[in-house]
Write a protein that binds this ligand. Sequence first.
Ligand code: PRX
Length: 659
Amino acid sequence: MSDEITSTLQENRVFEPSARFLAEIGPLVVPDMAAYWRMYRQSIDDPATFWGEIARDFRWYRPFDTVVEWKAPDAKWFVGGTTNVCANCIDRQVDAGHGDDAAIVWEGEPCAPQPEVRTLTYNDLLREVSRTANALKALGVRRGDIVTIYMGMVPELTIAMLACARIGAPHSVIFGGFAPNAIVDRVRDAKSKIIITCDGAWRRGQVVALKKNVDDACEKLPEVEHVLVVRRTGEPVTMHTPRDQWWHALVAQQSTDCPCEALDSEDLLFLLYTSGSTGKPKGICHTVGGYMVYTAYTAKTTFNLVAGSNHVYFCTADIGWITGHSYIVYGMLPNRVPTLMYEGAPNFPAEDRFWAMIARHKVTHFYTAPTAIRAFMKWGDAHPAKHDLSSLLLLGTVGEPINPEAWIWYHQHIGASRCPIVDTMWQTETGGHIITPLPGCTPTVPGSCTLAFFGIDAAIVNEKGEELPPNQGGLLVIRKPWPGMLRGIHGDRERFIETYWSKVAGMYVAGDGARRDKRGYFWIMGRIDDVINVSGHRLGTMEIESALVSHPAVVEAAVVGMPHEIKGTGIAAFVTLAPSFTGTADDSLRKQLAEHVTKEIGAIARPDIIRFTALLPKTRSGKIMRRLLRDIAAGRDSTQDTTTLEDFTVLAKLRESDE
Ligand code: PRX
């Protein structure tokens, strides 16, 4: 394992919070490192007091009796309490007299010179979410039924999620970039009978045919009884009666009164599918009480949000991923800081889309991914330089390790060398941030996500669970439960235990290799499983291999990550063609195979390079030697031990087939 986890990155520049940040951000949630350490110690030694106090700030219908019950791998938080996440996001704000405050600001893809902007206040949200919740009830959705959502980035997506939360129907949001087959797998696994979608979504001036994808998926999903369709683009779509209904027709008829269900803390709030080592995506389960408290509190602390101030927060993620769930929707609304969501792409109509948005909406907090930052760098400094970015106070990154050059560029060109950068490390499974600097408090070092968040007993260990000395690479684990942790994989207890809890006894294994430096700061070195992080999106290499093998020309495929300037990790596929294939192994076949993967999974999984090979290098037990393939894909000469290689000639042949 340790030879997988090697990093030579040395970075000694330390950045302290700027005076201007300290003067402008408002009161600090965590004022200094002494306070951080005091709070951190309490959160680990006495989690019941620490989280109990935070949780009591939320609206509970029945107060919880016990803060946490823990018997690895099962945690229960806020046991005995009943609450509702939607009530804490919306009703609580309205009841406190903040109904007219902006909750969500949405900017559509600019199809005209002036972009379409909608601001939804908490009053608006209450009305629209209640109506939508009643519409779902009218379609027969009951507490506990899982609702699939496959939509573009429109306000109705957030409204649909909150409507589900209101009536206790867990949602399963599928990223709008996924292809019909991906919808089929996820709807089947969730046993969902209803899908909410849009006619289409705008992306770079083109329409993404969401409804058509749902129609294609539904051919294999006779169990889907209802499809509720938001009209966004106005492009013609086929409506199948009685299955399909227009959102605007059904929702408008509903009453604006819909009481919140009192849900148990441990009721399911949502499922979110993510990739793992096998081809089958995992439905990660998050529950009501713990997720609510953890996302709202991490958002408040990591971004130092101040309700009722001038703060405007912009996260560029898609809500189809966990970042959007936690830090566009659920973590934001309870903090009463307007959250800006956008439709479209960062480079349409031009590469300055985000900078224009920051200037237009006076954004104070900007949260994006390293892959986007690398693209901004490539597009050039002139784009941000054209816009007034002086409203910015704080920058964040998420999704993959950030290379120090990108960090420094972000700091200088976007943050004018005065905005702290919070490099937030977390996962779909963790619900919220687990390792992150706190702004105005933690000195930052480019490339390091710094220190554990409150309640996170993170460590670097070997397989025996022994903590490793500074700078030695090992497994990133968390040794104690935290409120936002996943409660399971939907319908697959064994996989839950096997994936996270069996590698090191009694500890949560994140699946990342990492080290700590002498200061105690964490450095994430990359995944240790067959998961690759492409443009901050998590993909299982097996999923891509299965898609390739489903093409008639292919008998076997091995997919590995390779260094990529913008994506961080690119996708390299090694493909063995079927004996029955009579065509030529050329660029046109490469293109066909790449398109096949796009059709099967989605454009994010499209291989960057495809190599044809007569045989794949395997160990004597038949395992594909991925490390060798990674070296070849990266153009490195392999120094790996190859004594277990079945057919040595394969290696030479693969090298020769370099493009
Ligand atoms: O490898 C880590 C990487 O992204 C993985 C989690 O992916 P996902 O569940 O899709 O969630 C992404 C958004 C939270 C992690 O196991 N990762 C995420 N953030 C960072 C990171 N690696 C290094 N630094 C980060 N800040």
